[in-house]
Ligand binder design. Structure first.
Ligand code: FAD
Length: 307
């Protein structure tokens, strides 16, 4: 069995694996797709100490760093079930294998909810974006839309209004769902338009980048078009915890509940990164959280096992 088994090979999982391996204990990482969300990222400019890099390069460096240690990497392996136990915790994989470990670190990340309209996939990283903290500055001086009028959409619109030339906020319902104070702040901004009862139907482009968005005005059933250079989709971040239901405690949003040390509700099971309740989903945060969960797992091991 492993001493530490990490599920997930994004920034949080990679950090957890390196911190565990450096303690000289048996460490494994199983990941569906080593690299995680970073693989879908164009440019990364906010990982402190690295001025600029791109997603695939960053992901390759994560893997290289993990491989420089004695870590058993199991890539393209999907975990399907967590089975807690007194001495050993088991993880059943999609291929039928059962991995056993004294401690487990869950770092399965999250995924942005897609809007599923024509143009979304085609123009991903070519004007279609999901993370205002990450990609906002790429649209400096340009016009963008934010799709979604919940807290994350309205926060994104306020944030972007300070960076870009103009923001159109598009909400499907007939009112915004964000907190009142955010709505008031949004309405006070001169370079923001708010369109309600609008169903986005298509994101347009010239083949290489976004140049517009069409929506159906749900009050009149007419299609309208907005010219712009960017679209931020803010209709939810979904944690990859479907496989964990009924084992570790999850928040109402499906995030794994952890304490300040990364401990979940199940002894010996820790969690880190976007999959947890820790706010602000960013690489630099996921990496710190992964290191922390790993140190906590080590702490747990020296208190509970004799070998
Ligand atoms: P993830 O990166 O989501 O990794 C999860 C890992 O778990 C993956 O290896 C996945 O395959 C695996 N996994 C999932 N389910 C299972 C399962 N059942 N079994 C086994 N493995 C599983 N952040 C920044 O700081 N700067 C940026 O510029 C930036 N740009 C971004 C751009 C885009 C388009 C996106 C989508 C995100 C961006 N982010 C950025 C956010 C950043 O990528 C995440 O915060 C970070 O990747 C979270 O790391 P993580 O390790 O927690 O999860």
């Amino acid at each position: 069995p492993f001493d530490v088994l990490v599920i997930g090979g994004g920034p949080a999982g990679a950090a957890a694996a390196i911190y565990a391996a450096r303690k000289g204990i048996r460490t494994g990482v199983a990941a569906e797709r080593f690299g995680g969300q970073v693989l879908d990222t164009m440019s990364i400019e906010n990982f402190i100490s690295v001025q600029e890099t791109d997603g695939p390069r960053f992901a390759a460096q994560l893997e290289e760093h993990v491989r420089s240690y004695d870590v058993d990497i199991m890539n393209l392996q999907r975990a399907e079930q967590l089975i807690p136990g007194d001495k050993e915790i088991s993880v059943r994989m999609e291929n039928g294998a059962v991995l056993k470990s004294k401690t487990v670190i869950l770092a399965t990340g999250a995924r942005w909810r897609n809007i599923n309209v024509p143009g979304e996939q085609e123009y991903r990283t070519k004007g279609v974006a999901y993370c205002p903290h990450c990609d906002g500055p790429l649209f400096k001086g340009k016009r963008v839309a934010v799709i979604g009028g919940g807290n994350s959409g309205v926060e994104a619109a306020i944030d972007l209004a300070g960076v870009v030339a103009h923001v159109t906020l598009i909400e499907y319902g007939d009112q915004l769902r964000a907190d009142d104070v955010l709505q008031r702040k949004l309405r006070s901004l001169p370079n923001v338009d708010i369109i309600m009862s609008a169903q986005t139907t298509e994101i347009h482009g010239d083949g290489t980048k976004v140049n517009g968005l069409s929506y159906k005005d749900r009050t009149t059933d007419t299609i309208k078009k907005v010219d712009l250079e960017g679209v931020f989709i803010q209709i939810g971040l979904v944690p990859n915890t479907e496989w964990l239901k009924g084992t570790v405690n999850l928040s109402k949003y499906g995030e794994i509940e952890i304490d300040a040390k990364g401990q979940t509700s199940v002894p010996g099971v820790f969690a880190a990164g976007d999959v947890t309740t820790v706010p602000y989903k960013q690489i630099v945060i996921a990496i710190g959280e992964g290191a922390k969960a790993s140190l906590s797992a080590f702490d747990h091991l020296i208190r509970t096992s004799v070998t």
